[in-house]
Design a protein around this ligand. Structure first.
Ligand code: NAD
Ligand code: UFG
Length: 342
């Protein structure tokens, strides 16, 4: 089977390419490198000893997309490409709507034209807003508070409409909780541009000495230690969730929705302790004001994915912290100190 991976050079996409290649899928990657670089794909090929096809292409350039589908007989698409910074989406919402919505619409039009109707879409736990109870189940009410989250929810709705209009589509909406960690080789990992928005890359950059101290956003939440609680999931577990979704699509399920999380919540202070243990470094931090829009706690009920896909996260908090540190220590500047191949 040949899989098109949009955004395949990015954090989750590159880890998913590894797991796809390991399972002998043929992989075609499309990415515009707006938040990634080609070096990640070089390393994917080095780690697996296998080649993938690659197109430097923007989903907004609709016509060029045709070429990919003309060159390859694609069986299914895993659609990661999108902008993902919550804070940034509130300052440049039009760019987020343009990139995420128009990019997805262009992709869907070309898929339809070439009769490729199997799609896995990267959604997010952000579509649950501030849940009334925990753990979060797939049928919980949906609401969003920022333009990034709204693009995810709107795309989910668009995909459901598409299926209603044509029952030949098979679409998996995968709602990720908080992806962290890196490939066990330490060769690929999360490489944020500029100051990290997310907790784990921030902590690991403090550990490696790139940043002086972490701000812990809020110490007075109604959680066991007062700091925010999230369902952190190892990126390799998440990648495997995509691989295990593909056979489900082939069984013509229509639209299916799965939470991909571990079902466990850890606090900010627990994550700091985890990285301290993995790195042997003390993480300097201070408790500051809450970050606007944050919720106290969020973790998944991931039993539906286990029951229907046979998928379950297996990596521990220790694995997540060890692998984050291994990547950070081997690549303190991310991919940047490696010359780009032309
Ligand atoms: P990432 O930024 O590392 O990867 C996204 C990739 O898409 C990048 O390589 C970027 O260059 C590419 N891209 C963006 N716009 C494009 C366009 N118009 N055309 C072609 N390529 C384009 O992000 P990630 O963490 O790997 O996330 C992947 C997906 O998962 C995103 O859709 C994101 O919203 C979603 N998601 C991520 C998280 C998270 O915390 N990382 C949580 C929930 C959902
Ligand atoms: N946090 C800090 N300091 C920081 C960064 C984060 O204390 O410098 C705290 C946050 O307040 C929160 C926790 O660490 O309690 C996790 O924050 P992240 O920014 O890492 O992740 P979020 O849960 O806010 O959001 C992430 C992605 C969203 C996605 C969501 C659910 O950024 O895109 O997970 O999947 F929607």
């Amino acid at each position: 089977m040949k899989i098109l991976v949009t955004g395949g050079a990015g954090y989750i996409g590159s880890h998913t390419c590894i797991e796809l290649l390991k399972e002998n899928y043929d992989v075609v990657v499309l990415d515009n490198f707006s938040n990634s670089c080609e070096e990640s794909l070089n390393r994917v090929q080095k780690i697996t000893g296998k080649n993938l096809f690659f197109y430097k292409l923007d989903l907004l350039e609709g016509p060029s997309l045709h070429q990919v589908f003309e060159d390859h007989k694609i069986d299914a698409v895993i659609h990661f490409a999108g902008l993902k910074a919550v804070g940034e989406s509130t300052t440049i919402p039009l760019k987020y709507y343009q990139n995420n919505l128009t990019g997805t619409l262009n992709l869907l039009s070309v898929m339809e034209k070439f009769n490729v109707k199997n799609l896995v879409f990267s959604s997010s736990a952000t579509v649950y807003g501030d849940p009334a109870t925990l753990p979060i189940k797939e049928e919980f009410p949906l609401s969003v508070t920022n333009p990034y989250g709204r693009t995810k929810l709107m795309i989910e709705e668009i995909l459901k409409d598409l299926y209603q209009s044509d029952k030949e589509w098979n679409i998996a909406l995968l709602r990720y909780f908080n992806p962290v960690g890196a490939h066990e080789s330490g060769e690929i990992g999360e490489d944020p541009q500029g100051l990290p928005n997310n907790l784990m890359p921030y902590i690991s950059q403090v550990a490696v000495g790139l940043l002086p101290r972490l701000s812990v956003f809020g110490g007075d939440y109604d959680t066991p230690d007062g700091t925010g609680v999230r369902d952190y999931i190892h990126v390799t577990d998440l990648a495997l969730g995509h691989v295990q979704t593909l056979p489900k699509l082939v069984s013509n399920p229509g639209v299916v929705i799965y939470n991909l999380g571990t079902g466990n919540g850890f606090s900010v202070l627990e994550m700091i302790k985890g990285v301290e243990k993995a790195s042997g470094k003390q993480i300097s931090y201070e408790i500051t004001d809450r970050r606007p829009g944050d919720i106290a706690a969020c973790f998944a009920d991931a039993s539906k994915a286990k029951k229907e896909l046979g998928w379950e996260a297996t990596k521990s908090l220790e694995d997540m912290c060890n692998d984050t540190w291994n990547w950070q220590k081997k690549n303190p500047m991310g991919y940047r100190n490696h010359p780009k191949k032309d």
